[in-house]
Design a binder for this molecule. Structure first.
Ligand code: NAD
Ligand code: UDP
Length: 313
């Protein structure tokens, strides 16, 4: 049994990760300030002897002994949420990384950073490989998130080179699944909720921009496998599903699967919205012996059931 800290553990991805680690028999400490996370997401874990919830902001140092592994996920991930308080978002990424790297150093723990495909910005190469340095606007409305995550990667590399902290950097591509909030603002939750309510489906821009959507269960498997790699493997490693769709194709699929009466409406494209995104997952396939199993249609059906049951009345 390892003692594992998960920051952002009450959020969408974090709550699935805590569940997996608890089920694997580890002692899990979930650290979260509940900005976008909810205790409801971890309610099924709260009574278990190998789970502990600590309400804490990662901008503030956290001291604890005998930690074996840290998964650093704390950071709002939806554009709506990370732009709500941009200064806090960048502080969360940068100060959160410093505080958690310090904790890893003090404990001799292994630490994994949840980085993002956003480090590639609006990419000029396609699909995106880990060796690509990206095309990121440093002064735009997405910069608090993109540059915060890029700086966190830098800090991870420097703590590794300078202090020999054992690190792993994963770059997560668009991921969806149950426990996303209905007002999360990201495209799949928006479209599914709108379709179930027969409301207009909001396409930003022409809808010809692309994304590649990964189902949560595939991501959790890949995260756990990455943490288990040999110490010399540090990443960065892309984790995503390479099947690419336009936003219009996604909207049509959601309408078809829900049998909705919704109509498409076109809204302005937000600033710096990337035109295309698709992970090259050669490294993940080779290193983790992993590839995504759940394709969009199957994953969307799970999302639709989730929102039907719990969110949309
Ligand atoms: P989420 O918003 O559901 O979860 C983020 C969690 O972090 C929430 O529980 C929130 O309360 C917590 N948090 C935020 N600021 C905090 C702070 N200062 N101190 C402590 N806790 C704080 O988002 P998610 O989709 O679960 O994303 C989790 C991580 O994965 C994030 O780091 C995100 O950048 C990364 N990621 C997600 C995606 C995706 O598609 N979901 C893609 C790329 C990267
Ligand atoms: N999007 C959209 N309608 C929505 C929400 C998002 O057309 O209601 C678009 C958005 O402009 C982007 C894509 O869907 O091109 C993915 O957006 P999301 O916020 O999910 O993730 P990100 O842009 O961070 O990849």
């Amino acid at each position: 049994m390892k003692k594992i800290l998960v920051t952002g553990g009450a959020g969408f991805i974090g709550s699935h990760l805590c569940t997996r680690l608890v089920n694997d028999g580890h002692y899990v400490i979930c650290l979260d300030n509940l900005f976008t996370g909810r205790t409801e997401n971890i309610a099924h874990l709260q009574a278990l002897p190998n789970f502990e919830f600590v309400e804490h902001d990662v901008e503030i140092p956290y001291y604890r002994k005998e930690i074996d592994e840290i998964y650093n996920l704390a950071c709002p991930a939806s554009p709506v949420h990370y732009q709500y308080d941009a200064v806090k978002t960048i502080k969360t990424s940068v100060m959160g990384a410093i505080n958690m790297l310090g904790l890893a150093k003090a404990n001799g723990a292994k630490i994994l950073q949840a980085s993002t495909s956003e480090v590639y910005g609006d990419p000029t190469i396609h699909p995106q490989v880990e060796s690509y340095w990206g095309n990121v606007n440093p002064i735009g409305i997405r910069s608090c998130y993109d540059e915060g995550k890029r700086c966190a990667e830098t800090l991870f590399m420097d703590y590794h080179r300078q202090n020999h902290v054992r690190i792993k950097i994963i770059r997560i591509f668009n991921t969806y699944g149950p426990r996303m909030q209905s007002n999360d603002g990201r495209v799949i939750s928006n479209f599914v909720v709108q379709a179930l309510k027969n409301q207009d489906i909001t396409i930003y821009g022409t809808g010809n921009q692309t994304r590649s959507f990964q189902y949560i269960d595939d991501l959790i498997e890949a995260i756990v496998r990455t943490m288990a790699t040999e110490d010399q493997f540090i990443g960065p490693i892309n984790l995503g599903n390479p099947n690419e769709f336009t936003i219009l194709e996604l909207a049509q699929k959601v309408i078809e699967l829900t049998g909705s009466q919704s109509k498409l409406v076109f809204k302005p494209l937000p600033h710096d919205d990337p035109k295309q995104r698709q992970p090259d997952i050669t490294l993940a396939k080779e290193t983790l012996n992993w590839e995504p199993r759940i394709q969009l249609e199957e994953g969307l059906k799970q999302m639709i059931e989730f929102f039907k049951d719990f969110r949309v009345k």
